[in-house]
Ligand binder design. Structure first.
Ligand code: PGA
Length: 266
């Protein structure tokens, strides 16, 4: 049974959001073309749409998105202030490129950079401190789920990432993407019931840290993992799950546009 606090504090009016994570698939020129194709699709404005290209494509993509309703996101940020950190990208620099959102703790990055919860926390702090909206990614492995410890793993990852975080300011939010590792890039999404159950686990942690007012006004919860135009409608219920984080099906412009239309029409 779902605890009362979560159901009671849900905000019915939170805008739906679709975040496309283009990972390391596209060159800057390809990303620019993809944006042009997406703009030609004229996606509905009732859904927030965020494109996260590679760091090298941010400036080019950002210019194309200027004066459109589509927003720019980055795939990672370094936590420290500008200084001697070879190969890293600062939150201040992202901000200077009109980036609004930034993924932190995506499972692929956690794995490739051996990134622990503590680093994810620092990145969320850096993002919030520079006016960016962090999208904190959490997800359990197949093994965790088989061992029935998925609730615990998600609560732990999220608590470590958001404990003692300052609340997001005006124009800022904290987004959390629940992305089970076994669903990412596998063509095997979670069920809608599982996604919504885990989104409620996320909401409980958010409520504990920020309280009902901030949670209702400045947080949204996303589901990610093998989302497609055909299945997206079942995930976004506007209550537990407010949007989606999309990899594979978010790269072709027509597919991404279909996802946005499906979310708008749900
Ligand atoms: P997928 O990727 O949609 O290809 O499963 C999701 C993600 O990694 O964010």
């Amino acid at each position: 049974m779902k605890p009362k606090t979560v159901a009671a504090e849900r905000a019915p009016s939170r805008r739906p959001i679709v975040v496309a994570n283009w990972k390391m698939y596209l060159t800057t020129a390809e990303a620019a073309d993809r944006v042009d194709q997406l703009l030609a699709e004229q996606v509905p404005k009732s859904v927030d749409v965020v494109i996260c290209p590679s760091a090298t494509a941010l400036a080019t993509v950002g210019k194309r998105l200027m004066s459109t309703s589509i927003q720019l996101g980055a795939q990672d940020v370094f936590w420290a202030a500008p200084g001697p950190h070879t190969g890293e990208v600062s939150a201040a620099d992202l901000r200077s490129l009109s980036v609004r959102f930034v993924l932190v703790g995506h499972s692929e990055h956690r794995a490739s950079a051996h990134e622990h919860n503590d680093i994810v926390h620092r990145k969320a702090v850096a993002a919030l401190g520079h006016g960016l909206t962090p999208i904190v990614c959490v997800g359990e492995s197949r093994e965790d789920r088989h061992q029935h410890r998925h609730h615990h793993v998600i609560a732990q990852q999220l608590d470590a990432a958001i404990r003692n975080l300052p609340p997001p300011h005006e124009q800022q939010e904290l987004l959390v993407a629940y992305e089970p590792l076994w669903a990412i890039g596998t063509g095997q999404p979670a069920t809608a019931a599982d996604a919504q159950e885990m989104a409620d686990v996320v909401q409980r942690s958010l409520l504990e840290v920020f309280g009902p007012d901030i949670v209702a006004r400045r947080t949204r919860v996303l589901y990610g993992g093998s989302v497609t135009p055909a299945n997206v409608g079942q995930f976004v219920d506007g209550q537990s799950v407010h949007g989606v984080l999309v990899g594979t099906a978010g790269r072709p412009a027509a597919s991404l546009a279909s996802i946005v239309r499906a979310v708008a029409g749900r």
